[in-house]
Design a protein around this ligand. Structure first.
Ligand code: NAD
Length: 478
């Protein structure tokens, strides 16, 4: 029996293809060697957000006295924290399993794409837990095998003292002294988790700023807040070696021409993720580039007829919601839907759940200036210090709008130039980015956006205020 689609990998990319294809009436098989939900649900986005929520509650508890609350904090109950985190995963996993069983034929095993005897693609499945290899045939095959943490040459991951994000989330006792190598999304999120729990944290970043892919002003704002909280941030720093002795490690770092040695009871290596293409059959089919990614067209089709790829195996944004979008596009193309648009990665929101949160969509100021020229771009910023909810939250933050430069704005519709990018730092930035995503995707102009009534008091009115200022009509800001 041949399915319409066989999906290899049941993470966000894989199950997005499967569920959308099933909704379009196609017959789908899904091959997953571990659990439906992938890295996002079982080792990444979801458990990390659960633990970050605990850290956020603790941050509020730490300022309870200034809020007029007399609380006594007696420490972390690691077992209860783990139970909370596992309960969140468990509830979501149960729902996903139910949907996957209802909508697809599930195969528990490791899939590998090969050419069958007739030259058609088939997926060889080696059952999880052993047994005979079987073959699952499909008219189309989608690779959605995800990614794994990258490591550093010469740095051994022992899983105890030196860890990647695969191990670091499962702590029951937070580190007393942590060194985090890499100030990308994972590094900044773990720093935000461990620091409020009492750990001394040092972040070591090779480039000259934290979250180097974000707008430079977001990086600077986050770095300032981290330093103020007491998180040490070393940028333009080179790790020269990591040695482990018993339960502790020493990390050698070269920064500004000086050698430093940092002692730690936990070292997190968070230097990016590498695509899982080895042993999937993709290399043998000739669709893997020299960095290990699957090469596709804008819709996710590889050069091999009938073979597609979505999610972290592609060199696009390694974000679950980017994988969802890629999955929907592939399923729609296979289903023959007309006018499927390729995923617009520029207008895909980027979100980091550090404290304060950072989120953005569209172009950074530097990208906009490079693409359009200095004269064609301007920016408007609004501080959460002028926002009532921002003050109540006690958190710094800002909204920065990158927009096309109009002639002096007068507030007329079309004035102020279209919005090219929005960059948020502050509480709930990862939720507030929704309105900004619509604004940039629809190429709205600030004056149109300024005319939308925002609830008061609210955090999101800060975005409305930034658009008002960008239209030349500043209200509470200046
Ligand atoms: P990343 O690519 O976002 O950041 C890695 C950082 O490590 C970079 O800043 C890089 O310059 C730095 N680095 C590389 N080598 C180094 C070295 N030798 N010494 C010091 N610094 C070094 O990767 P990540 O943070 O590991 O995350 C992996 C992927 O998962 C990313 O694509 C990320 O977007 C995604 N992710 C997203 C979220 C989120 O959206 N909230 C959360 C976690 C992970």
């Amino acid at each position: 029996m041949s399915h319409d689609i066989v999906v290899v990998g049941g993470g966000p990319g894989g199950y997005a293809v499967a569920f959308r294809a099933a909704a379009r009436g196609l017959d789908v098989a899904m091959v997953e060697e571990a659990e439906i939900g992938g890295t996002c649900l079982h080792r990444g986005c979801i458990p990390s957000k659960a633990v970050l929520h605990v850290a956020e509650v603790l941050t509020e508890v730490n300022r309870a006295e200034s809020l007029g609350l007399r609380l006594r904090y007696e420490g972390i109950d690691g077992q209860a924290l783990s139970a909370f985190r596992d309960d969140v995963i468990g509830k979501l996993h149960k729902g996903l399993e139910f949907l996957a069983r209802k909508r697809t034929t599930l195969h528990a095993g490791r899939g590998r794409v090969v050419r069958g005897d007739d030259g058609e693609l088939v997926v060889e499945v080696t059952p999880t837990g052993g047994g005979e290899t079987t073959r699952v045939a499909g008219r189309q095959v989608v690779l959605a095998t995800g990614s794994s943490p990258r490591t550093l040459p010469g740095v051994e991951i022992d899983g105890e003292v030196v860890q990647t994000s695969d191990q670091a989330l499962w702590f029951t006792t937070p580190p007393e002294r942590a060194v985090i190598i890499g100030a990308g999304a994972i590094g900044m999120e773990f720093a935000s988790m461990w620091h409020p729990m009492g750990g001394q944290v040092t972040v070591v970043e090779a480039l000259d700023r934290v979250l180097p892919l974000e707008d430079a002003d977001s990086s600077a704002a986050l770095e300032t807040t981290f330093r103020r909280k007491g998180i040490e941030v070393l940028t333009s720093a080179r790790v020269t070696g990591v040695t482990v002795d018993g339960g502790s490690a020493r990390v050698g770092v070269e920064v500004a021409g000086q050698e430093r040695s940092l002692d730690a009871d936990r070292v997190l290596v968070a230097v990016g993720r590498a695509p899982n293409t080895a042993d999937t059959g993709a290399e043998e089919l000739g669709v893997v580039d020299d960095r290990g990614f699957v090469t596709t067209d804008a819709y996710g089709a590889t050069e091999v007829d009938g073979l597609w790829a979505v999610g972290d195996v592609r060199p696009t944004l390694a974000l679950a919601h980017a994988a969802f979008a890629e999955g929907f596009a592939v399923a729609d193309r296979i289903a023959g839907v007309e006018d499927v648009r390729p995923v617009d990665h520029v207008h895909t929101p980027r979100v980091t759940y550090c404290h304060p949160e950072v989120a953005s969509v569209g172009l950074t100021e530097a990208e906009a200036r490079e693409r359009l020229g200095d004269d064609a771009v301007t920016t408007t910023s609004y501080s959460l210090r002028a926002n009532a909810k921002g003050i109540i939250h006690g958190s710094d933050g800002s909204v920065k709008v990158v927009h096309a430069a109009g002639s002096p704005p007068t507030g007329a519709p079309g004035d102020g130039g279209s919005v090219l990018g929005v960059h948020l730092v502050g509480p709930h930035a990862t939720d507030l980015i929704g309105e900004a995503t619509m604004a940039t995707t629809w190429e709205a102009v600030p004056a149109e956006l300024a005319a939308i009534t925002h609830a008061h008091p609210s955090l999101y009115e800060a975005i409305g205020e930034a658009f008002q200022a960008a239209a030349g009509l500043p209200f509470h800001g200046h």
